[in-house]
Structure formats: structure tokens, C-alpha cells
Write a new protein. Structure first.
Length: 588
């Protein structure tokens, strides 16, 4: 579900803000995980004292069966708590990952075409799948890090309780360990970010290649494309090796410093033993607490996991920082569907595609938008129904700016059909009914008949109940299902972005007869590449150089040779659409 964006937009979240949001969502599990981890650490801190006291009793010849039983019980408790920690960590990570994917997927869908334009489809998939899984480990990693820190802190406190000199010896070298850990955390986050960035680049090129696999096969360029997709692998390998080197260097430095601290503690404990200030059992406990206090290995592992999770959260926060178009609360008044564009300017990257477009489409009019490739026809169609917002200017429907309309009102009023429709849903009927509201079965079939799709749908193995994945269809049949979906949801503005381009001439004429018939009906905006389609429309808007060069009936514009050149060899409409209609009727 796409989250509602009514009301003032919230400030773009940073990686830290997104991390806090994940922690709030998994708060109960994180609290339980923290409690269990802390209990495990506490049990681990109690065990050396019990072992030391038991040893002293045994050396003194005092029966210590109860103390041995206590030590055994603590060991069993630690094992049970470790098992609970593993289960809680797994469920916490899964819940956080699911929340991130649901939250970010809704945000990407709300962004619309701008999300793909900004990041690329492959990069988005990489971030929402692998990146979200990595970022979802952040709550568990942070909790585990806190528990891992409790061990060294508790070890130092225990050393101080045994004898202050033991804690003083350890604390003398503690700043060195702290500096090592700080540098390691910083370097790990940077390396992980580089690694994930290169992964996203590979995913982007792979997605492009999958989308164009037929072109690649036809050109015999499989090997070349494979090399292009895998070209960033050396950089990925370099980033991965750099991560391991950082972690290995930190571990090596820790291994160098930690034993020196342990030896220092043991040396002082030995001196205190000789002076009878410590017992043998206390020396044993001190040696174990010194190991806990220098537990740098576990800290390095937890810091590495947290660094990778933070890097992934930062990349997800970049997606989340893209502002979702805000919707107003106004409802549409009754009206015929009058569409008006006022000084609309829209850019794609650094290029201005639409430059101050002024256009008025009277209610109930069928307007064909024509122009050479790259003149902004599809972008105008997106702006007209608010699939994206213009960079300047405004679009109004029956006098109401689209920005002021409530989301539900906007999507009820405007319906779309595309050149390559995405047929979403389990069955063919689901694909036609897909939308904010669900039309009944009779409306679905009526829309399919209008789109000339009913005939081939009925020939499918299970008719309208056929699964979309099991329904082989041509490009024209897919377009007819997309048109049926648009017809099934009605509305006062129908936008067809080259949605008739794959139809044969006869089928196009049959649909056009219903779609472009004069009289009462929705306002229709058609992005047209065929002269015959433009000829059947009430008006034609001729886009050239980012502006509307001319607006008028097709037969009048046809007198201009530059207008005729827009259609290239397609001179089908030179004498109007009459010839096409006669041919279609003869065949039908």
C-alpha cells in the first residue's frame, strides 16, 4: 500500500533518522534482545567469580558440591540464553527488513517515474532487496554491540572489585583499544558503502540487459554484454578486499595490544598473590575478567556488522529523501473534464523538454498530441494526469489545480493506457480490474468488449480466470487489455500514451470508432504516432521544440509540409480517415 501523502511533507530522513525509525518499529523485540543479551553477559561475568570461589574452597579442603552445581547451572543458563539470543536476533532482523522493504517500496511507488529516472530500476531493486536485508540487521547489530560492550565494562568493574590495581593496569592501555575501534568503525562504513555502490551498478546494467535480451541475441552481442555487465567486478573485488584488510588490520592490532594488557593484569595479580592480598581463586577470576575486558575480537565483529548495516541504511535513506508529491484535500466539482496547462515547463535531467506550454482542452474533446521523437509527448501525458509534476507552471482539471486534489479524487478522475501496459494481478480479470476501485465482472467484460479484447480472452484456457502468467499474448493483445483496464475505470480524463501503436489497422479503427466518437464522454488525450489516429481526433496539438507549435484539426494542419513530415512515410491520413474506415468495414 502506498502511504498517504496528504498534508505537509515531512523532512527528508537521513540514515540516522531511518535507523531510529527501524529501532522504533522493532522496539519490543530489541528490548527483549537487549535484556537476554545483558543477562547472558551478566551470567558470563558471574561465572569467573563462582569458579574462583569454588577453587578456593577446594584448595582449602572444604566441600563445594553446591558451588560446583551453581557453576554448572550458570553454564547451562548461558547456553540457553545464547539460543534465545540467536532466535531473537533472527526475528528482529527479519521484522526490520520487512518493514524497510514495505516502507521503501511504498515510497518508490509514490515517487512514480522520478524514482527510476533518479536511481535506475536495477539500482532500486538492489537497494530494496539486498540493501534492505543488510540494513535490517542494524537493530540486532546495535543491540549485540551494546551487549558486547557490557562484557569489557563489566570485566573492568570486576577487576576493580577484586583489587583496584588490576583495573588501573587495564585502564592504562584502554585508550589505545578505543582509538583502534573508532578507526575501524569509520573505515568499515566507508568500505561497505563502496562495495554496495558497485553492486548497485552491476544490478543496473544487468536489468538493462535483461530488458533488451532480444536485441542482444539478434545482434550476437552476448559476450560483449556479459563483459559490460561484469566490468565493475574488479572494483567490487577491490572494495571487498579492502573491507577484509580493514577488519584484518583491526584484529591484528587488537591481538597485539590485548595480550599485553592481559599479561599486565596477570603480572600484577601474581604480585598481589605473593603478598597474600589475593587468593588463587581470585587470580583465576582476574585472568578471566582480563580476557573479558579485552574482548576486542567480538567488538570488531559487531562493529563490522553495524558498519555494513549503516552503509546500507544510508543508501536507503537516499531513496527515502526523494520527496513524494504532496496531495491536497480538495474534491473535483461537477464538470466535463476541461484540461488546462498553464506555462508548463518540465525537465529531464539538464534538458528542458517542455518549455512554457500553454494548452486548453475543452471538456469531452479528443485531442491528439503529435510531434517528432523527443519532443516531450509522453512527458506531457505524464504531467497532464500528474504522474509527475512540472518544474514550473500548473495543470488544472475543471478549474482545480491537480496539486490541490485529494489523491483518491485525482485517480478516480484520470485513467491511463500505455504503449506497454504492465498487467498486474493474478488473473486476466484482475489485470483489467486493477485500480483504486474494483469494477464488477460485468463492467470488466464490457470494457474488454469496447477494447476488442473479449474475443481472445474467451479463447484462453480459463477465459477471464486464466492466470496472466499462463496467457500468451501479442503486443497488440496486451495493449487491448491495457485499454480495457482504462475503460473499466471510467473517469472524466482518459490519457492514452501511444496505447494504439501495436494494434492492426482494423482493430485500431474499431476501437477508435468507440473511443473518438463525437458526443458526450470523457476528455481524451492521445499521444499519436500515426496520421490516421490524429485524423480521427477533434483537435491536434503539434509539439515542436518543447512548445505547442500549432493547435487545430488534423485536416487543416495537414496543409503544412512540416506537419506532414512529422509522420514520415505514414501518409495514410492525407485525405482523412475515411479510406481507413471503409477498408476496416469491408474486412469486418
Amino acid at each position: 500500500m502506498i502511504p498517504s501523502s496528504d498534508g505537509p511533507p515531512s523532512p527528508p530522513p537521513t540514515g540516522a533518522a531511518l535507523s531510529r525509525a527501524v529501532l522504533r518499529h522493532t522496539g519490543a523485540r530489541c528490548a527483549a534482545l537487549c535484556a537476554v543479551s545483558t543477562a547472558t553477559t551478566a551470567a558470563g561475568l558471574v561465572l569467573p567469580a563462582l569458579l574462583g570461589h569454588t577453587l578456593d574452597l577446594l584448595l582449602a579442603g572444604v566441600p563445594a558440591v553446591r558451588w560446583v552445581a551453581c557453576c554448572t547451572g550458570v553454564v547451562v543458563l548461558i547456553a540457553l540464553l545464547d539460543g534465545c539470543t540467536g532466535v531473537l536476533t533472527g526475528t528482529t532482523d527479519a521484522r526490520a527488513t520487512a518493514w524497510l522493504r514495505r516502507h521503501l517500496t511504498g515510497h518508490v511507488l509514490a515517487l512514480g517515474p522520478r524514482a527510476v529516472a533518479r536511481f535506475g530500476s536495477g539500482e532500486l531493486v538492489a537497494r530494496l532487496v539486498g540493501g534492505a536485508a543488510q540494513a535490517g540487521t542494524a537493530p540486532g547489530a546495535l543491540t549485540a554491540l551494546l551487549a558486547a560492550l557490557a562484557g569489557p565494562i563489566g570485566g573492568v568493574v570486576a577487576l576493580g572489585l577484586i583489587d583496584p590495581w588490576l583495573a588501573a593496569v587495564f585502564l592504562a592501555g584502554a585508550p589505545v583499544l578505543a582509538l583502534l575501534l573508532r578507526a575501524f568503525a569509520r573505515d568499515t562504513s566507508a568500505c561497505a558503502a563502496d562495495y554496495q555502490r558497485v553492486q548497485g551498478e552491476i544490478a543496473t546494467t544487468l536489468t538493462e540487459a535483461i530488458g533488451g535480451f532480444r536485441t542482444i541475441r539478434a545482434a550476437g552481442a552476448e559476450e560483449r554484454e556479459t563483459e559490460r555487465i561484469l566490468a565493475p567486478l574488479p572494483e567490487l573485488s577491490t572494495a571487498g578486499h579492502r573491507m577484509w584488510r580493514v577488519q584484518g588490520r583491526a584484529a591484528a592490532q587488537a591481538v597485539t595490544v590485548a595480550p599485553l594488557l592481559n599479561l599486565g593484569v596477570l603480572a600484577v595479580a601474581g604480585l598481589l598473590l605473593v603478598r597474600h592480598r589475593l587468593s588463587v581463586g581470585e587470580v583465576l577470576a582476574a585472568s578471566r575478567y582480563a580476557v573479558l575486558a579485552t574482548g576486542i575480537g567480538e567488538l570488531v565483529g559487531q562493529l563490522a556488522a553495524l558498519g555494513r548495516a549503516r552503509a546500507a541504511l544510508g543508501r536507503l535513506a537516499e531513496v527515502r529523501a526523494e520527496p513524494v508529491p504532496a496531495h491536497g484535500t480538495q474534491s473535483l466539482p461537477p464538470g466535463p473534464g476541461r484540461l488546462e496547462l498553464r506555462e508548463v515547463t518540465a525537465r529531464r535531467g539538464a534538458r528542458t523538454v517542455l518549455d512554457g506550454v500553454d494548452l486548453v482542452v475543452p471538456g469531452g474533446t479528443a485531442l491528439a498530441v503529435v510531434g517528432r521523437s523527443g519532443t516531450g509527448k509522453s512527458l506531457l501525458a505524464e504531467v497532464a494526469g500528474r504522474l509527475c509534476d512540472p518544474d514550473a507552471g500548473e495543470v488544472l482539471l475543471d478549474g482545480v489545480p491537480l496539486r490541490d486534489l485529494a489523491h483518491a479524487d485525482l485517480r478516480h478522475a484520470v485513467t491511463y493506457a500505455f504503449e506497454r501496459p504492465a498487467l498486474l494481478g493474478t488473473t486476466v480479470a484482475d489485470a483489467i480490474a486493477f485500480g483504486l476501485t474494483t469494477p464488477c465482472a460485468a463492467e470488466v467484460r464490457s470494457a474488454a468488449r469496447t477494447a476488442r479484447a473479449d474475443g481472445f480472452v474467451r479463447r484462453l484456457p480459463h477465459g477471464y480466470a486464466t492466470r496472466c502468467a499462463d496467457a500468451p499474448r501479442s503486443g497488440g493483445e496486451s495493449q487491448r487489455l491495457g485499454l480495457a483496464r482504462a475503460f473499466a475505470h471510467g473517469g472524466r480524463l482518459l490519457i492514452l500514451d501511444d496505447a494504439l501503436s501495436s494494434l492492426d489497422t482494423v482493430t485500431e479503427h474499431q476501437i477508435a470508432q468507440s473511443l473518438l466518437a463525437p458526443g458526450l464522454g470523457p476528455t481524451r488525450l492521445l499521444v499519436a504516432h500515426r496520421a490516421a489516429t490524429a485524423a480521427r481526433a477533434d483537435l491536434v496539438a503539434w509539439l515542436d521544440g518543447g512548445r505547442v507549435r500549432a493547435l487545430g484539426p488534423h485536416r487543416e494542419l495537414w496543409r503544412d509540409p512540416e506537419y506532414r513530415a512529422v509522420f514520415g512515410a505514414d501518409t495514410e491520413a492525407a485525405g482523412g480517415a475515411g479510406r481507413v474506415g471503409t477498408e476496416a468495414e469491408a474486412r469486418g
